[in-house]
Design a protein around this ligand. Structure first.
Ligand SMILES: O=C(O)CCC(=O)C(=O)O
Length: 288
């Protein structure tokens, strides 16, 4: 029997509202981040809202505040990962939405594979910044064609939870140690350089860029771009879904100290990323 969620998402567009422009591609490659205004249909944003709350309600996305030593009354900063593996709407969004052709254009890659998705919700007044990090440090991967699409479900401004990125930092060639998002302590056992004090380093702080965003906008950043989100000083929720993708040049690389992930024990360093754990999403497997 067909799942009702499949029927709904099958009717949603699989191409962006508009093509990515040459200027946007150039910005992504130069700055390591680009804001794509109005590329995603409102129906997709609406479709994600219920599943996002479902992931929170079922405890698949959890408050990270306690990891910062916070008391339990502080408004949450909740995060979860790999919702596409259990929820058909998240699966449709990660595999059949307009994101895949957008990513193919930005990365300049023939194929795109899904690495993971995540839910990142800052409740009104959540005091937790998302500490500076690069996504590459969290992934058991090597290669340059890796990016994160950050999809806001709410209008937001730099003072209400939008990420800030250090322009051009993806070109520095540095592998940074990952942290737990709500603290700048590196995850024990991980390797790499310590993330610099961006706000205290004028040369880096001068390169920060951020945006006002509306539902339908998507930001895309390179996995090596340093970024942070401030505490959430707003009375609105800041709900975001991120989906992270890889391109042709990406291979597995087991990294110490990081959590495992499905299938990681079945692959060797240097294996290409692919089925069944990282489905190909572009070109569409059904040739559509
Ligand atoms: O949404 C946030 O607060 C942080 C997002 C982020 O760092 C990421 O998706 O890599």
């Amino acid at each position: 029997m067909t799942d009702p969620a499949d029927i709904v998402t099958a009717e949603l567009p699989d191409r962006p509202v508009r093509e990515v422009t040459d200027e946007e591609i150039e910005t992504f490659r130069r700055d390591g981040v680009v804001l794509l205004r109005g590329v995603l249909q409102p129906e997709w944003v609406e479709a994600l809202a219920g599943p996002l709350d479902g992931a929170l309600g079922r405890g698949e996305a959890v408050d990270m505040g306690p990891m910062a030593g916070s008391d339990s009354d502080a408004p949450a900063f909740a995060g979860g990962v790999d919702h596409w593996r259990t929820d058909p709407v998240f699966e449709a969004f990660a595999t059949r939405s307009p994101l895949a052709p957008v990513v193919a254009a930005l990365l300049g890659t023939g194929t795109v594979h899904l690495w993971e998705d995540s839910v990142l919700v800052k409740e009104p007044g959540s005091p937790f910044p998302t500490y500076f990090h690069t996504d590459a440090g969290y992934f058991h991967l090597t290669g340059e064609q890796v990016c994160t699409t950050w999809v806001p479900l709410d209008a937001a401004t730099p003072d209400s939870g939008v990420v800030r990125w250090v322009r051009g930092s993806h070109l520095d060639g540095v592998e940074y140690r990952p942290n737990l998002f709500v603290t700048d302590e590196p995850i024990p056992g991980t390797v790499g350089e310590i993330v610099p004090d961006v706000l205290g380093t004028p040369e880096l702080a001068a390169r920060l860029v951020t945006f006002d965003v509306e539902p339908g906008d998507v930001t895309v950043h390179h996995a090596r771009t340093l970024h942070r989100a401030p505490p959430h000083r707003s009375e609105r929720r800041r709900r975001a879904v991120t989906v992270r993708y890889t391109g042709d040049d990406v291979r597995y690389l087991h990294k110490p100290g990081l959590p495992g992930r499905p299938g990681l024990d079945r692959v060797a360093d240097g294996d290409p990323v692919g089925e069944p754990w990282c489905p190909r999403v572009w070109p569409r497997p059904d040739g559509d």
